[in-house]
Design a protein around this ligand. Structure first.
Ligand code: ATP
Ligand code: MG
Length: 262
């Protein structure tokens, strides 16, 4: 049996104040896969992610989640399926790390319910995975940029979503935590059939971790498919004006991109 697409967009367009920023974007994503959305600044990556999370007011029937028009889901129903790690997060309230991570359970609680021991266990697991368990009692306003980014990822994992959408999830992380977070989510994709959609700027991370890539440029999908098919010297020159060589990472055997600094 053919596996159903968990995320699909059909000829998706988006316009902000009369300026078209997404143009005829059709993508399909299979369950349990790691999809990378790549492209230059302003290409429309965050906008695409927001549209597949129903965070923009799209009136057309151009986004399907598990085969159904995204608009047929209530906000709470969608939160049980999709979790979002935004490009930048600002939390001004004096919550502790643990309180923020536990907010990931909100879609599963009734109006007056408190979190159960089971909810707390899930939050502890997510904090352990992302390396923030030792920060659990600390105020969210007192964290470093990278710590905060990992807490937000822990909150998203606590939601136990089927689809995890991340916008530049490693932008504030040191190299150890970059690899750690990407490896955790890849492993969850394989073990728990979690579907990952991640906006990434690091092409070598995309070559290493992604099953599929959609390369966006000026609102259009200019290339899609497996990383080795999408990331070629010709495409990198056209889209980023960069001279590159694709070689092999001797540690993993996966493709690795070297580039000119001129
Ligand atoms: N709320 C908004 N109102 C008007 N224009 C917007 C809005 N949000 C984004 N844009 C514009 O839409 C285009 C696409 O923005 P988007 O944030 O999707 O890009 P991106 O690919 O995520 O870029 P980056 O790599 O810099 O994060 C940009 O030209 C941006 O200026
Ligand atoms: Mg963006």
């Amino acid at each position: 049996m053919r596996e159903k697409n968990v995320v699909q967009t059909k000829n998706l367009d988006w316009t902000y104040n009369g300026t078209k920023v997404l143009d005829d974007v059709s993508i399909t994503i299979k369950p349990g896969t790691f999809t990378g959305i790549l492209g230059p600044n302003g290409a429309g990556k965050t906008t695409l992610l927001k549209l597949i999370l129903n965070l923009l007011d799209n009136e057309k029937d151009s986004v399907l989640i598990t085969g159904k028009d995204i608009k047929t889901y209530s906000r709470k129903a969608l939160a049980k399926i999709e979790a979002y790690v935004p490009q930048s997060v600002k939390i001004d309230f004096n919550f502790t790390v643990e309180q923020v991570v536990l907010m990931g359970r909100t879609p599963f609680l009734g109006r007056f319910d408190r979190e159960s021991n089971e909810d707390i266990k899930i939050a502890e697991w997510a904090m352990q995975e992302t390396g923030v368990l030792k920060l659990r009692g600390k105020l969210i306003t007192h964290l470093s940029g990278g710590e905060l980014q990992r807490v937000v990822i822990a909150r998203a994992l606590t939601q136990e979503p089927a689809i995890l959408a991340l916008d530049e999830p490693t932008s504030h992380l040191d190299i150890h935590h970059q690899i750690n977070i990407l490896s955790i989510i890849r492993s969850l994709a394989k073990r728990k059939n979690l579907t990952i959609v991640a906006v990434l700027h690091d092409v070598n991370h995309a070559l290493e971790y992604c099953d599929n890539i959609f390369l966006l440029d000026q609102g259009k999908i200019v290339n899609s498919g497996s990383p080795e098919k999408v990331i070629t010297p010709k495409v990198m020159k056209e889209v980023y004006n960069l001279n590159v060589n694709i070689t092999k990472n001797p540690f993993t055997g996966n493709p690795y991109m070297l580039h000119d600094y001129a």
